[in-house]
Design a protein around this ligand. Structure first.
Ligand code: ADP
Ligand code: MG
Length: 319
């Protein structure tokens, strides 16, 4: 395939899936830029995230998982803002235009695009080290986007799902073991928590998605909100596959493993009665793990009540 065959191929996969251009996009793939109709009564929410082979995913990752996850991590950012997905652009670099790889990659991404109701409206293709950079756009009613800076002392700290599973799978793959099937799904096909983000609009005081790990990501919320938190390690929801690990290693994966794409949010104590119903409606269990404090800093408590000093801080590039 040549460059323009490749663009045509990707476009066709998305068109057939019903996830290219379309309503609200009078000019889409095929011109120099896309033209998008942003409804007058909405705000545009935009984010971008790249996946680079060897950094974000191992070389052996199936093409369908690379395509799916590149979009999923961006949808996770939209979910953390409480935005409704609308459009995305995709810049792709490949060492060679291998038709089978491109087909599985585009199909994996298009399936999620259909599920999330987001349309591919443009992009770029270059040769180079395999990487995918997506820019996703969503819509919210003015002033309703979830943010990192609204946590208040007394709010409960809540997480969705079971952080640490992706790290568990990655560790297994890296040491040549076979990961648990559920952990592997969490690593390769994380489910963006869009329904949860939607349900949290007007309820959560702050929200972030867990990409680098709970320790680092909750830290961002605390810093932006100008407060602290106390988190009890034993309250962090734990997958069965992590239970067998020594406590220190389990906490390390839950706190700093990263790649979870769960949501961490703060909720006024008075709202916590709705938590089970919220989780049920969003299709993901929600767990209170701690509380926001006026005193700055994140205090982690071991089961005995003593302070836990974490090793490492979470995923960081350029360290
Ligand atoms: P230009 O040379 O003006 O940058 P390109 O040749 O890169 O334009 O792209 C041609 C058209 O194909 C543009 O509309 C662009 O948005 C679209 N396109 C290119 N790559 C992708 C891709 N990976 N996914 C979707 N659309 C793409
Ligand atoms: Mg170009």
């Amino acid at each position: 395939m040549r460059e323009f065959d490749l663009i045509g191929y990707v476009h066709e996969v998305f068109r057939q899936a019903g996830a290219a251009d379309g309503a609200g996009c009078p000019v889409g793939i095929g011109d120099d830029a896309a033209v998008l109709d942003v409804p007058a009564s909405q705000q545009l929410v935009a984010c971008t995230d790249a996946l680079v082979e060897g950094v974000h995913f191992p070389e052996a990752t199936p093409a369908a998982a690379v395509g799916y996850k590149a979009l999923a991590v961006n949808l996770s950012d939209l979910a953390a803002m409480g935005a409704e997905p609308a459009w995305f652009l995709m810049a792709l670099a490949l060492p060679q235009a291998d038709t089978a790889w491109v087909d599985a990659f585009a199909t994996g991404m298009a399936e999620l695009a259909v599920e999330a109701d987001i349309r591919l409206v443009g992009g770029d293709v270059t040769s180079g080290r395999r990487s995918v950079c997506i820019t996703a756009m969503g819509l919210v009613e003015p002033g309703t986007a979830l943010r990192r800076d609204g946590a208040q002392p007394g709010d409960r700290v809540v997480v969705s799902g079971q952080p640490g599973r992706a790290a568990n799978a990655l560790r297994a793959l890296e040491s040549g073991d076979r990961p648990d099937a559920g952990d592997k799904l969490a690593l390769q096909f994380p489910e963006p928590r869009l329904a949860l983000g939607r349900a949290l609009r007007g309820r959560a005081t702050a929200c972030i998605d867990l990409s680098d790990g709970l320790l680092s990501d909750l830290g961002h919320v605390l810093q932006r909100s100008g407060c602290g938190a106390v988190v009890e390690l034993e309250r962090i929801p734990c997958a069965e596959t992590l239970l067998a690990l020594p406590a220190q290693e389990r906490w390390r994966r839950q706190l700093t493993g990263g790649d979870d794409y769960e949501l961490c949010f703060t909720l006024p104590a008075a709202e916590c009665g709705h938590l089970a119903a919220l989780g049920e409606a969003a299709g993901i269990p929600l767990t209170v793990v701690g509380e926001i404090t006026e005193a700055p800093g994140l205090t982690l408590l071991e089961p005995g009540g003593q302070r836990y000093q974490p090793q490492g801080t979470g995923w960081e590039h350029f360290r």
